[in-house]
Ligand binder design. Sequence first.
Ligand code: NDP
Length: 254
Amino acid sequence: MTYFELEGKVALITGASSGIGAHFAKTLAKQGCIVAIAARRVERLAALAEEIANDGGRAILAPMDVTQRDGIEKALDDIEAQVGPVEILVNNAGMAGRFPFLTAPEDETDQVVAVNLTAVWDVAQLVSQRLVAAKKSGSIINISSITGLRAVGGAASYAMTKAAVAHMTRLQALELSRYGIRVNAIAPGYFMTELTEDFLSTSAGEALRNRVPMKRIGNLEELDGLLLLLSSDRSSFMTGTVVPVDGGHLLSSL
Ligand code: NDP
């Protein structure tokens, strides 16, 4: 047994076809979780499942568009039939919103809200309902952002949804404690993924690195300690928290 004692736990990771989600799936699989990996790009999920299997882990595919509630339900049915109910949810799927408030196009704002907010609510609600029905405890980890904790220019819809996810986390924690379901959020600073690579390679991205007290962006492995802590019963008295992992970025201007 490892310190986190996650062997055999069923973990659903949304947004697992790239970036933070793919990394988290590998991290949880290495600790012995059965990982259900979700996203729309199925070929990427298949490649990740193979990588995890080659490394001695177990992954099952859970293709879904998180904006389609019926599709989430079907994927949860499939997971449950194969390995049992989801006990750990990493509610990670997300997209960037690239416009300032004044000029943000309506269709992009709607899509950002659908993916980053409504879908986070829907996946957590459907997983929670199944846990309550099965009388099982669980841990939900929502992925917020430091842009949801302080005002930042240029990505208003994105930051708004991440602030809402932070508060949703507190509301879910309050309601779900009585069922043994803990809900916490990780608020990452800046990490290099497909979501951020365009911005981080500009001069504005370089300037941003210099505003981080540690003068750098994060490495994905630097999120692992908190992920494993929140996933496991080692954090059994933690719920409703929103924990930044940002090299001190919140101490400086975003
Ligand atoms: P990526 O762009 O690398 O990954 C985003 C993931 O979300 C992909 O797997 C994508 O899969 C999935 N996704 C997007 N839309 C949908 C949809 N409609 N249905 C299902 N899946 C969807 O970004 P990151 O890894 O950087 O982001 C992961 C999370 O971390 C996001 O919530 C992001 O906001 C947050 N975050 C990231 C930070 C960073 O610096 N990178 C900082 C703070 C927070 P597919 O397209 O295959 O469906």
